[in-house]
Ligand binder design. Sequence first.
Ligand SMILES: *Cc1c(COP(=O)(O)O)cnc(C)c1O
Length: 384
Amino acid sequence: MNASTDTDGREDLIPPNARAVLRIDLDALRANWRKLNEASGSAECAGVIKADAYGLGIEQICRALTEEGCRTFFAATLDEGRRIRMVQPGAVIYILDGLLPGAAEHYSGFDLRPALSSLPEVREWAAYCRERGRRLSAAIHIDTGMNRLGLPEWEVGELAASPELTESFNVALVMSHLACADTPEHPMNAAQRARFEELTRRLPRAPLSLANSGGIFLGPDYHYDLVRPGIVLYGGRAHENRPNPMQTVVRLSARVLQVREAGPGEAVGYGATYTIERPSRIATIACGYADGFLRALSGSTGKPGPVGFIGPHPVRVIGRVSMDLITVDVSNVPEALAHRGAWVEVMGDRVTLDDLTDRAGTIGYELLSRLGRRVHRIYEGAGV
Ligand SMILES: *Cc1c(COP(=O)(O)O)cnc(C)c1O
């Protein structure tokens, strides 16, 4: 391996114009899905691939999960659903946005199933199916305590009292979403589960789904017929403050654009927030907040930023993260390794997604889904 890079010898795959590279390990993704599929017992394990599969590429992620045996996918938007349909003619696809007004034919045209989130949506879908004389499938999304999407209790009551509403279409799934599944001890979990049992008893019999990633690890009581993992597929953690059992899927590296020397008393970056204390070498790296490296990861004097790695050597982020660039202190790295064109790994096994987002005061979901589109993506693993 060429020790001057942090791309594990994959530089043959990297075009010369690539400045920041996101490596996406599809084998790890598939292993994560297998683990979840086993953990969820007899429940079907779906894949949540909304927001471009949490920023990783909806087509590639969908294909890899399908090869592993995943059959059901959840997207947020109609457009995402269409993209999935293009690569997976046989997949079952739910749209979490629900039914957009007047858009029913856009769902049926691509065989997409809205997760109907209110009584008006149920009525509109039912009317559409009646008019067309087609018993199309949809999910019914009920609210068990989030007050976001989903039929509230009184609408569930109305629906239960109007069986004709659900006669013209196929209720393929009744689902709800947990508000606090990332915190296993939170009393809201059991409360939502009880509510889910109570409300679903009043509705026509259908397969049930409650668990997202965190819900799967709350145990079999939460699995029902289908589980809907997202973040853990991509290597994020399901539960706060617990060891993360998932494999690393994403690694972010960026090139050194320039290395310079600076002396005590000099400042680095916007706002001059970091003052150098000893003769130093500073590398400027081609990765900034427009690439998804959060500005909250800036380092200032007295408040160090995260580390990245050049080969085995840790390098600390100093100064503000700017749109296109970060600056790291490479004083402790041999000059033969820290040079123009070298690669710095800023996220991977050693500094994880969770490490970075804990430090930045956010969550893995946000960092992944905001990875910049200009970051060059490399898909690794069998079948790529
Ligand atoms: C995003 C989402 C999921 C997946 O959540 P994770 O926490 O990423 O596993 C599941 N269900 C619904 C309704 C969602 O919006």
